[in-house]
Design a protein around this ligand. Structure first.
Ligand SMILES: Nc1ncnc2c1ncn2[C@@H]1O[C@H](COP(=O)(O)OP(=O)(O)OP(=O)(O)O)[C@@H](O)[C@H]1O
Length: 608
């Protein structure tokens, strides 16, 4: 995940984002430089003042002129500072927002496999803190670093022009600063990376415990969670302290050495002045310039620290931005205008990217055909790969071998947007967004107008037995999800089910979507579903016999393969493993022979 780049390589990655605002950044830079020049000009006025006006026989009017010039320079300096802010802040914030938007868009694009690997806190801290750090560096750090360096260079040149000997003494301090600065750069970059990663991990912990607060409380694990959090927070604190110490040491050197050099040059300067080799005005101007230069020199420590932190933020940002979405549209997608809905799995293999080497594929050669309009239940022991197989149909994960086709067209030949208008999903673990019931349900639907939207909504809520939505405080416009009204597990599942059927998909994949419903509601939902599923090809993971009853045929998944396909009755009659799986389902029949007999009698009755 972590990339190794030089400071320059990292910072230059920002160039494409900075390019559109470059003219304003340059204006900001010019203003900042103007402010520094004004500050540097003030000592020169002192020089003239002391050498001419305060000398014996000097004119009083010169004092007033000098005071006026100093005042003017001060006002100009303040104006330049204000203008710098004016030029830079708004465009830098726009860059930050644009980068955040493209980061979010990229996160949406990236595969589920990517999101399996990354902690949510790491992504959150990259989206918020890192981009904020980058903006601050762009708007302030970058400009001030350039201006500070220029101010120091110009100041030193002026000092050289005033007295080269004194300037050399002052400059002697630069060498140890540069050597120490090199060490500081390496150590600070490392510790800054560590602290930003640790902050991301800490955010993940907070996010996880907020999501899992009920479990933590119910199992009385709040204390352990707090201890874990404390441990992580303490590690971050230590890193931050180390970081602050490292900066403090550097700042000490950067402040102390020029002061020492200044002391030495003061002694030499006074001797020069006493010998008449240097005018008093020049001596005062030298020290006033040195004082002006000392401030940016002291500032270099924090500015470098800011730059290294920005480098880390840029690296962390691009680690995500450069993660490639491997599930992409084909170059020339085949348009699926009005598919019948035959779904064929041909020798499908799949293994998760983080699967251990040498282990067999989770799906190890699946061959299965679903006829258009057919409902097929997928049955197998826990962990055999049912959910995994389902997620391959909307291409949430990509097959690692073989192919899946709709009406004979390989899924990879269809554009993802097109595919997902025809394939809809509902999972056991429902996610609702902080939106109204209406928006949640109509997420995948494409209504012609408001009236049509209302009809779709009503129909979907009817099938999913989710009429309760009309009695919520604001009816179907009630805000639900994390920021809205809390719904029960069963209510959430029904809304999610309504969402999956609202788009009237040609192919529906359902991962045990009725698990949280009571028996009576489940029956009603199944009744509604039967009508809807009549024209929809459905693959449904069954964890309960009642779900199996929805299906026309059942596929048995065993050791990564479909080992048998048939009606429930046929499989009960001929397949021992199927009998074992059915018997182990919750609410499964205990007397399978009696059940089989009943079913066969039912079948015969239906035929006569
Ligand atoms: N995101 C993932 N990354 C790595 N391995 C995974 C991931 N999701 C599932 N697995 C592994 O893949 C295997 C199949 O999991 P899957 O969820 O498909 O099984 P399942 O048949 O649906 O199980 P259940 O009936 O318990 O829901 C399991 O061994 C599981 O540990």
């Amino acid at each position: 995940m972590q990339t190794q780049t030089t400071l320059w390589e990292s910072l230059s990655r920002l160039y494409p984002h900075i390019k559109p605002i470059l003219p304003r950044l340059i204006l900001g830079l010019v203003c900042a430089l103007g402010a520094s020049l004004m500050a540097l000009a003030i000592p020169q006025v002192f020089r003239v003042l002391i050498n001419d006006a305060l000398a014996v026989g000097g004119a009083t009017s010169t004092v007033w002129i000098a005071a006026g010039v100093v005042l003017l320079l001060g006002v100009l300096e303040a104006t330049f500072v204000a203008l710098r802010r004016q030029f830079v802040i708004a465009p830098a914030t726009t860059v930050e927002t644009n980068m955040r938007t493209s980061f979010y868009r990229h996160l949406q694009d990236l595969t589920v496999a990517f999101h399996d690997r990354w902690g949510s806190g790491q992504l959150l801290s990259r989206a918020m803190t890192d981009l904020n750090l980058m903006r601050r560096w762009m708007a302030f750090g970058l400009i001030m670093l350039v201006v500070t360096s220029l101010t120091v260079v110009i100041g030193v040149v002026i000092m050289f022009l005033t007295s080269w000997v004194l300037a050399l003494i002052f400059l002697a301090a630069a060498l140890p600063i540069m050597i120490y600065g090199f060490r500081f750069r390496t150590s600070y970059s490392k510790v800054s990376r560590k602290s930003q990663d640790q902050a991301g991990d800490l955010a993940t912990t907070v996010e996880e415990s907020v999501h899992g607060i009920r479990v933590l409380k119910a199992f009385g694990r709040s204390r352990e969670a707090l201890e874990g959090f404390n441990l992580q927070a303490e590690e971050l604190r230590q890193t931050e302290i180390y970081k602050a110490r490292s900066l403090a040491n550097f700042s000490l050197i950067v402040t102390l050495l020029p002061e020492l050099a200044l002391g030495a040059s003061l002694v030499v300067g006074v001797l020069f002045a006493a010998n008449g080799d240097l005018s008093i005005g020049a001596l005062v101007a030298f020290f006033a310039t040195a004082a002006v230069v000392a401030t940016p020199v002291e500032f270099i420590g924090p500015l470098l620290a800011m730059t290294f932190t920005a480098k880390t933020a840029i690296d962390r940002h691009y680690e995500v931005m450069e993660s490639v979405n491997t599930i992409t549209d084909p170059e020339e997608p085949v348009r699926l205008a009005d598919p019948r809905g035959d779904v064929t799995f041909t020798d499908v293999h799949f293994r998760y990217p983080d699967a251990e080497e040498g282990t067999p594929d989770v799906l190890n050669g699946i061959n299965l055909t679903l006829r258009a309009g057919e409902t097929m239940a997928l049955v197998g022991v826990t962990g055999c790969g049912k959910s995994t197989l389902l997620q391959l149909v909307p291409r949430l994960y990509e097959v690692t071998g073989g192919s899946i086709a709709i009406d004979g067209t390989d899924l990879r030949s269809i554009s993802i947007a097109d595919l997902r208008t025809h394939v809809s999903v509902a999972f056991e673990d429902t996610t609702l967004f902080s939106n109204s019931v209406r928006e949640n349900v109509l997420m995948g639907a494409e209504p012609r107008d408001d009236k049509h939207a209302d009809e779709i909504l009503e129909g979907a809520l009817e099938v999913a037995q989710a009429h309760f939505a009309y009695s919520l405080p604001d009816g179907v416009d009630t805000l639900i999800g994390e920021e809205g009204l809390s719904l029960s597990g069963g209510q959430r599942q029904r809304i999610a089910l309504a969402r999956s059927i609202a788009s009237k998909p040609r192919v529906l994949v359902l991962d045990d979507p009725l698990s949280a419903l009571d028996v009576r509601t489940e029956e009603l939902v199944e009744e509604g579903l039967r009508k809807v599923l009549l024209h929809t090809t459905t693959l449904i993971v069954a964890h309960r016999p009642s779900t199996v009853a929805l299906a026309d045929r059942v596929a048995l998944l065993e050791d990564g393969r479909v080992t048998d396909v048939g009606t429930h009755t046929e499989l009960l009659a001929r397949n021992t493993h199927y009998r074992y799986v059915i018997a182990s389902l919750p609410d499964g029949p205990t007397d399978l022979d009696a059940e089989l007999e009943d079913l066969e009698n039912d079948d015969e009755g239906a035929l006569t």
